[in-house]
Design a protein around this ligand. Sequence first.
Ligand SMILES: [Zn+2]
Length: 280
Amino acid sequence: MNAALSIDLESYWHAELLRSRVDRSSADDRVIAATEPLLDLLSAKGLRATFFVVGEVLHRYPQLLQRIVDEGHEIGCHTHTHRPLWELTESEFEQELIRFEEEVERHLPGVTPRGFRAPTFSLSPDTSWALAALANHGYSYDSSVFPMKTPLYGVPGCPAAPYHPALNLVEHDPTNPILEWPMTAWRVGPLTIPVCGGFYLRVLPMPLILRGLRAAKAQGPIVIYLHPWELDEGTPRLSLSRPDRFITYHNVGKPMRRRLETLLDQFEFSTMADVLKLCL
Ligand SMILES: [Zn+2]
């Protein structure tokens, strides 16, 4: 078993292009409506996943989180408020971890998150100080490195397989207690094609994604990610610029759900901790 499915459990309004544009006091966050059908799908297929949870969502929906735990999924941390690392000081990041831990202790006793994902893949050489904080807070692994440069994020040249990173995130440092598992890419010659889920799963042709994932899986473990709101027909469509609308809404709803179902039929997914053989 060397394929992991990771779900970034957040509301549609936590997305980077929307987070400052939604009046949260009046809007329905659609977390339950978006997440329950996904849990039903995973349950029907007998698959478990890693849920990187925003603490605000755990605070608001402890029963949903209890269902996720009861169904055998892994709980990881996606910070408390979903602000990217580039917006936080080191002490603000510590506070994010502490607030998240408080919510877990209060609502999910017995659960110890071992994995972390930075909002918007915001781990870069400029923010890699976060890895030491994760180690201090008892985390074992991080999955926040995106393997190519994009306008917002990315660490080109990072290793393909899980590794113990140096602060530049490209070289190895065996003394780093944190294991980094970058998002999966298909590396062909000079090309790096991100076949790892989310926006890329909504946009790239499905045969290309399947071929790329098979090629990557022949080299090592693969990990894909997505958000429940990407599967939800009811995700509110906000008025955005044309490029932002494409990034945020292209193939959201049924098309993405069909794409996920295709992946679930083709690969035997499990949690990241399972694939990393961590004892939780
Ligand atoms: Zn996120």
